[in-house]
Each structure stands twice: as C-alpha cells, then as structure tokens.
Write a protein of this length. Structure first.
Length: 234
C-alpha cells in the first residue's frame, strides 16, 4: 500500500492500470489495495484517477489546518447571523467528518461531533459529498447504507436534486428536531469541503431558504481563500 501512496504522491494522480504497471503487479491485486485505500480515505477517486485523500491529514496536518483557517471567519459569520451552529465537513473514505465548527451560543443548539466518522447519508453535508461522487461509488455507498429498495430509490432522487441545485437539506432525517442545509466548497471543480448550518427545527425550518442563500456566498468566499475564483454558482 505504501508503494501506491508514494507513487500517487509523486505523480499527483494515477489511473488503475498505471499503478499496476508501476508496481509490476496484477491489476486485480492492485484493485483490492486501492479500493481499501479509498474506503479508508487515503485515496480519493475522480473520473477514474486516484489522488491522495484527506485521511493523510492525520500524518500531514498542514492541509487540514489551512482548510480550517480559510473557513474560520466564514463559520463565525454564519453563526453570528443566524444564531445557529455552522460546520466545516470533509469526506474521509465513506464517512463524513466535521473538521471544525462555530457553535451557536444559544442554550438549546445543535452541537457538531468533531473528528468523528458519520455516515454520508442522510446528513446534509454528507449528501453534498455523495452527490458529487462518481455514480458507481455514490450508488455503492447508498446501497450499503440503505438496503431497502424504496429508501435507496428515494435517496438517489434526493441526491439528483442536490446535484441540480447545489444545496442539500436535512429536515429531521438524522435527528427529529434538527434541520440543516449545506453547500460544497468547490476548487477547480472538486469538492474540497462542505459548509453546513444546523439548528433546532423550530428555529431553522422556516429559514432554510435564507440559510441556503447565505451559504452560497459563504462557500464562494472560502473557495476564494483556497485559491479558486470567487464564483457565485453551484
């Protein structure tokens, strides 16, 4: 596995056949190793190529610090404007992990579990991450999480809407009394992170359109700090 990671690190990205040739190993053997590295977050797949994943942040913490620093002011501004918790999430393998948060000052609030693996569906941040994955990986993850055919079909339709609109909602699907919205931070067409705002349904349900609009500006600002043009779109 270290040979795969070292090769991808040197080249920036690599396809499966390229890795098999570089390691002088059968493609079937390399496929199993790469699949394991993807599922644990050490590699990410994009259009058939593999790049280093966010799980390496535990070994190389600087990128994670840069991302959190770029989002800090934005998270705090969202919290102050809406009075609810704002969070920065990333995909680690087939899990959602909140890297940082600006928590609501209110007594009754949503408290984000930081640095803890959570399923990618149905949290709003996880929906965004899943919606932007290659179709075969998206569907495989959904099938593992939702073996019931009806729930799987409903989730696929939900993610199609997320891809079309650029925003995901969670209306009490994870916790009955919590409502949330999320948008992706896009850099060069890739999802680098997700920003979400969550709070008690009694306070946030009617404000979801306003939250979604504010998130559009928020993710654009963070993307600009990370080096992407500050585009207002999805």
């Amino acid at each position: 596995m270290t040979g795969i990671l070292e090769y991808v690190s040197r080249r920036g990205e690599a396809r499966m056949q390229e890795l098999a040739d570089a390691l002088d190993a059968p493609k079937s053997s390399v496929f199993g190793l790469v699949k394991g590295l993807v599922s644990t977050g050490y590699l990410v797949e994009l259009h058939g190529s593999y790049r280093l994943g966010p799980a390496l942040g535990s070994l190389l913490p600087r990128p994670a610090r840069d991302l959190a620093a770029a989002a800090l002011h934005t998270l705090e501004a969202l919290r102050d404007h809406f009075g609810e918790t704002a969070m920065l999430g990333t995909a680690v393998g087939d899990s959602l992990v909140y890297a940082s948060a600006a928590e609501s000052p209110q007594l009754i609030r949503y408290s984000a579990p930081l640095r803890t693996r959570r399923p990618l569906y149905p949290p709003s941040a996880g929906k965004v991450l899943l919606a932007h994955r290659p179709e075969h990986r998206r569907d495989a993850c959904l099938r593992a999480l939702l073996p019931d055919p009806a729930r799987y079909a409903a989730a696929r339709a939900d993610l199609a809407e997320v891809r079309a609109t650029g925003v995901a909602f969670n209306r009490g699907e994870t916790l009955p009394d919590v409502t949330a919205a999320a948008r992706p931070v896009l850099v060069d067409g890739e999802v680098r992170a997700v920003i979400a705002v969550a709070g008690p349904t009694s306070r946030t349900a009617d404000r979801l359109p306003d939250i979604a609009d504010a998130l559009l500006d928020a993710v654009g600002s963070v993307a600009a700090r990370l080096g992407a043009p500050d585009r207002r779109g999805h």
